[in-house]
Write a protein of this length. Structure first.
Length: 198
C-alpha cells in the first residue's frame, strides 16, 4: 500500500477475539450509547464489567436512558485502550453493537455491584466496600449487553504496518467501506481511485 493511503484504509487492522476479551476486561470505562425518542444518539461514560462475553453496567432507573433503552434495547458500547493504564491492554478501540436486557432482581444486582466495586478498587478492600455501598441503592438498575457485532481497530497493527514490521498474515479482510465505498467517495471528490493493494 502506498504511504499516501495508509491512513485511509483501517478495516484491515481488526482485533482478534482474544484482544477484544483483554480490552474489555482491562479497560476501566466505556461509553454507552442509545437513541432518544426523537432519534438523537446520546452517550454517557460508565464503569463496567465484562463477564463471560457480556458487558454489564448500572445507572438509576429514573434516568432518561433507562426509559430509552427499555423502549429500544439496541445500544452500542465504545471502549478505548487509552483508558487503561495496564501494560497488557491492547492499543486501539472497539465498538460493540448489542442488545440490552434489564436485571432488577437483588441477587443479580448485588453480585454485579461486588464485581464492579472490585474492578474499580482491586487493591483496596475499604475502597471496594465503599463503592459497593454507594452502588447498592433502591433506585438502581443493571443492564447486560449481549454483543451482536464488533467494529475494532488495532492501533498496534496499524503502527507496525506503517513501520514495515507487521507480518501480513496479521492483516484482516478489507471491509466494504475501504474496498468499495472509499473509491466512490474519492470519485465524488475528484480524486483518483485507490489502486494499490494491501
Amino acid at each position: 500500500m502506498s504511504k499516501a493511503h495508509d491512513h485511509e484504509v483501517v478495516s484491515i487492522y481488526p482485533y482478534t477475539d482474544e484482544q477484544i476479551d483483554k480490552l474489555m476486561t482491562l479497560a476501566p470505562e466505556c461509553v454507552l450509547n442509545w437513541s432518544t425518542k426523537d432519534g438523537w444518539p446520546v452517550g454517557v461514560m460508565h464503569a463496567f464489567v465484562w463477564d463471560k462475553g457480556h458487558a454489564w453496567l448500572t445507572f438509576a432507573a429514573h434516568r432518561h436512558r433507562a426509559a430509552a433503552i427499555r423502549r429500544d434495547p439496541r445500544v452500542s458500547i465504545v471502549v478505548s485502550g487509552a483508558s487503561s493504564r495496564h501494560p497488557d491492554c491492547p492499543r486501539g478501540a472497539a465498538t460493540m453493537k448489542g442488545t440490552a436486557v434489564f436485571h432488577d432482581d437483588e441477587e443479580t444486582k448485588k453480585a454485579f455491584y461486588r464485581k464492579l466495586a472490585k474492578k474499580v478498587s482491586p487493591d483496596d478492600k475499604a475502597g471496594e466496600d465503599d463503592f459497593y455501598n454507594l452502588l447498592d441503592s433502591p433506585l438502581r438498575t443493571v443492564i447486560e449487553v449481549t454483543p451482536e457485532k464488533w467494529i475494532t481497530f488495532d492501533g498496534d497493527k496499524s503502527h507496525r504496518h506503517r513501520q514495515g514490521t507487521l507480518d501480513e498474515s496479521e492483516l484482516g479482510e478489507m471491509k466494504s467501506a475501504d474496498a468499495e465505498r472509499m473509491n466512490k467517495e474519492r470519485a465524488a471528490r475528484g480524486l483518483p481511485p485507490r489502486t494499490s493493494k494491501v
